[in-house]
Design a protein around this ligand. Structure first.
Ligand SMILES: Nc1ncnc2c1ncn2[C@@H]1O[C@H](COP(=O)(O)OP(=O)(O)OP(=O)(O)O)[C@@H](O)[C@H]1O
Ligand SMILES: [Mg+2]
Length: 506
């Protein structure tokens, strides 16, 4: 196979950070090429250099594509050559429909008028191709992040794509949907589309990639043939040493019940009459790590957000009991006051203020602890943020760094720091390791274990069943808004949970 893409000697610096240093990448025509590396290794930056997000002149080195030297001044330039990138942080317009998003900037027009029939019809065909069973006229903001990802891919397919770049496409997807997506990529490969995929899910990398390039600290470490390649071998390249265990050891010490949710029912704010959470009941105990499993659309995030001060949903009914007594949690302030914290799966929309620095983000939900007579003690704020930066190993030059410029995984750590700082009794973590590399995952599991050891009750929502099995004392499964099963650590298996998660309404 011949080379389709060659990147040679790529060096890219930001103020105070050398993100890429003399990186080489060679992608052959018609292959699926994976790029692996820890958070902050430079993967996204390399792809942004390629796609013209960082224009020619803002980096050193040389790019050849399809036999020609490329000096892209913008994303439009690279798209014109058939390079399409789907970014790690999704970039859809929430108010617009699925179809409108797919053809945004590429409108299906006839004599200056947008042809809506054609737009919706073709969007429908693309949705079928990516396997998304949604009406193309539905607003994107009504979809969960997982489905939005599929819309992004449909959008990419609507263009003449020769090289498709996916920056963590399956991070938000559960196993079934990920498997579906990987099949989709295999199909595209058979049609001659070359693909570069960035993923922290190493099982997927070994399953789908033909070649793997590993970056560490902004440098190319090696390029490996994927035939016979193991996850352990990739990890060794990524972290520069062997990683013996994926989960830190822990001796749970579980106490009395802290939080109980009874008969919790939530309706959709946008679709009249649709029940999203259906008489769900669950309880969390002191020092306990409890998992919440469910397929995409099962209502896990909706359950968590509605409990967290009614941040989602309408016509909410049911009871919340803290230490056996009913509490009123009508707003996020109420929730925080009652010692409930929720770290979101969607850090861009709800979790972080990306234009602020790390320090402000960490202190945002717990300002009361830093203020005296209405004034925030900036010294204390700085020290607090700094200690989290150290403990959570947030990779940034300082706590004054703007969060929007951190790598995805490091942004996630800032979200965690923000909610840990409120010192809650109950911490709900929604996909806490999404987009996080194996080494940092271990660190985050360690943090979760420590929080439990301090006596907090932790509820972990995760689409990765091995993560729930490795971390939790007890796991609930949610299907179509109902709790369909519960399993203790000893009895939980992937098969059992899947059975619960796919249980239909009787
Ligand atoms: N716009 C920017 N300004 C300043 N620094 C940046 C910017 N973008 C990235 N960086 C820094 O460059 C380095 C590489 O970041 P990059 O986003 O490429 O990492 P990554 O490998 O994609 O990580 P992740 O797996 O977490 O997504 C990081 O140290 C990051 O903080
Ligand atoms: Mg990245």
């Amino acid at each position: 196979m011949t080379e389709l893409l060659g990147m040679r000697g790529i060096t890219k610096t930001f103020p105070g950070v050398k993100a890429l240093s003399d990186v080489n990448l060679s992608v052959r025509r018609g292959e699926i090429h994976a790029i692996c590396g820890e958070n902050g290794a430079g993967k996204s930056t390399l792809m942004k250099v390629l796609s013209g997000v960082y224009p020619h002149g803002s980096y050193d080195g040389e790019i050849t594509f399809d036999g020609q030297r490329c000096e892209f001044g913008s994303v439009r330039d690279s798209e014109r050559r058939g390079i399409v990138i789907i970014h790690q942080e999704l970039a859809l317009c929430g108010q617009l429909s699925i179809a409108e998003n797919i053809f945004l900037g590429n409108e299906q027009a006839k004599r200056g008028w947008i042809d809506w029939n054609r737009t919706n019809h073709e969007a429908g065909a693309l949705l079928k191709r990516v396997g998304l069973a949604e009406n193309a006229t539905r607003a994107v903001q009504e979809l969960g992040v997982g489905k939005q990802q599929l819309v992004e891919i449909a959008k990419a397919l609507s263009k003449e794509v020769k090289l498709l770049i996916l920056d963590e496409p399956t991070a938000a997807l559960n196993d079934d949907d990920s498997a579906h997506l990987l099949d989709l990529l295999r199909g595209l490969r058979d049609e001659g589309v070359t693909c570069v995929i960035i993923s922290h899910k190493l099982g997927e990398v070994t399953a789908i990639a033909d070649t793997v390039t590993i970056l560490r600290d902004g440098k190319t470490i090696e390029t490996l043939d994927a035939a016979g390649l193991t996850e352990e071998r990739i990890i060794t390249g990524m972290v520069g040493r062997d990683l013996e265990h994926r989960f830190p050891p822990r001796e749970p010490s579980i106490g009395e019940e802290v939080l109980r949710i009874e008969d919790w029912t939530v309706h959709s704010p946008t679709q009249a009459g649709r029940v999203v959470v259906d008489h769900a009941s669950l309880s969390l105990r002191r020092g306990e790590i409890v998992g919440l499993a469910g397929l995409m659309g099962a209502g896990r995030t909706e359950l968590a957000m509605s409990v967290f001060g009614r941040s989602w949903g309408k016509d909410i009914s049911g009871r919340i009991l803290k230490h056996g007594e009913e509490i009123e949690v009508r707003s996020v302030q109420d929730a925080v006051r009652h010692g409930i914290a929720y770290a979101t799966e969607d850090r861009k929309r709800y979790g972080l203020n990306l234009i602020e620095d790390i320090q402000r983000n960490v202190s945002a939900a717990g300002l009361g602890k830093l203020a005296k007579r209405g004034w925030v003690n900036e010294h204390a704020e700085h020290d607090t943020a700094n200690s989290y930066r150290r403990d959570l190993r947030i990779k940034a030059p300082s706590v004054q760094s703007v969060t929007g410029k951190l790598s995805g995984g490091n942004q996630q750590k800032v979200v965690l720091a923000k909610w840990i700082f409120t010192d809650p009794d109950v911490l709900i973590l929604d996909e806490p390791t999404r987009g996080i590399d194996v080494g940092a995952k271990f660190e985050i599991y360690t943090i979760i274990n420590e929080l439990a050891a301090q006596g907090k009750a932790v509820l972990v929502i995760s689409s990765e069943l091995p993560e729930l099995l490795g971390l939790c004392d007890r796991i609930y499964a949610l299907s179509a808004g109902r709790i369909t099963g519960e399993a203790k650590r000893e009895e939980a298996t992937q098969e059992l949970l899947m059975q619960y998660m796919t249980k239909e309404r009787e």
